[in-house]
Design a protein. Structure first.
Ligand code: SF4
Length: 228
């Protein structure tokens, strides 16, 4: 499957002027996206448009929640039990400068491990990086999970969406963790009154989750209608 990789990654104006991260959402503690208790940063904006993407709202490249890395780091590490950061999206490599800076800041405060998902292939990142800072971010990452999501190759295994995606251990820090073989996990967390599913969901769970949300919304509307 061919993907057009933009020669110049479009960035919101604020991002061009100083280091500002354009964030779709964060999670300050999950055990569903890698070993141990991890904080997660999902960036806004992705050039890939994979059919079946679990996060279609985070594909458009437009400003969402803008933070400096300094603002974000204390929030992510607020729980003293956080052992690692996971970057996903959206496409983290579109914001490599900011995420590399965030990683360095975090590691000054705590010796966290770093996992990064990307739709780009590692070889592309190394030979024709799509924007600035990619080498800096790769220098910080312990495990890179690369390649676009291809729904027909979703084999329901491990911490990657489809079997074309490869697990690259860039350091040996997390080498004891079997990213391909461990069963998938997903958590539902409530943030600002919204239910959010976190993790690489086992096949069928995402559909069941959305059906449950639709059913809950329907029941709530019915209850409100009867109260009037
Ligand atoms: S690379 Fe990931 S975030 Fe981007 S469209 Fe594909 S599945 Fe969605």
């Amino acid at each position: 499957m061919a993907y057009d990789i933009p020669a110049m990654i479009p960035q919101p104006a604020a991002v061009q002027e100083k280091i500002v991260l354009n964030i779709a959402a964060t999670c300050k503690g999950t055990r569903s996206l890698g070993p141990g208790l991890r904080a997660v940063v999902w960036v806004q904006g992705c050039p890939f448009h994979c059919p079946g993407c679990i996060a279609p709202d985070w594909i458009p490249i437009h400003p969402s929640h803008l933070y400096s890395p300094e603002q974000l780091v204390d929030d992510l590490l607020g729980d003293p039990h956080i052992q690692g950061l996971t970057f996903s999206g959206g496409e983290p490599m579109l914001q490599a400068v900011g995420l590399a800076f965030l990683s360095r800041l975090a590691r000054k405060k705590r010796n966290v491990s770093i996992i990064c998902f990307t739709g780009f292939q590692k070889h592309t990142l190394e030979t024709t990086p799509p924007g600035p800072g990619v080498d800096q971010l790769l220098d910080q990452v312990d495990v890179l999970i690369d390649g676009p999501y291809i729904a027909r190759l979703n084999d329901n295994h491990g911490l990657r969406g489809s079997k074309n995606q490869k697990i690259h251990y860039l350091t040996n820090r997390l080498s004891a963790y079997d990213f391909e073989g461990n069963p998938r996990r997903a958590e539902v967390q409530i943030q600002d009154g919204q239910a959010m599913m976190i993790g690489v969901p086992p096949v069928g769970l995402e559909k069941a989750f959305h059906q449950a949300i639709d059913q809950a919304n329907h029941l709530q509307r019915e209850m409100l209608r009867h109260e009037r």
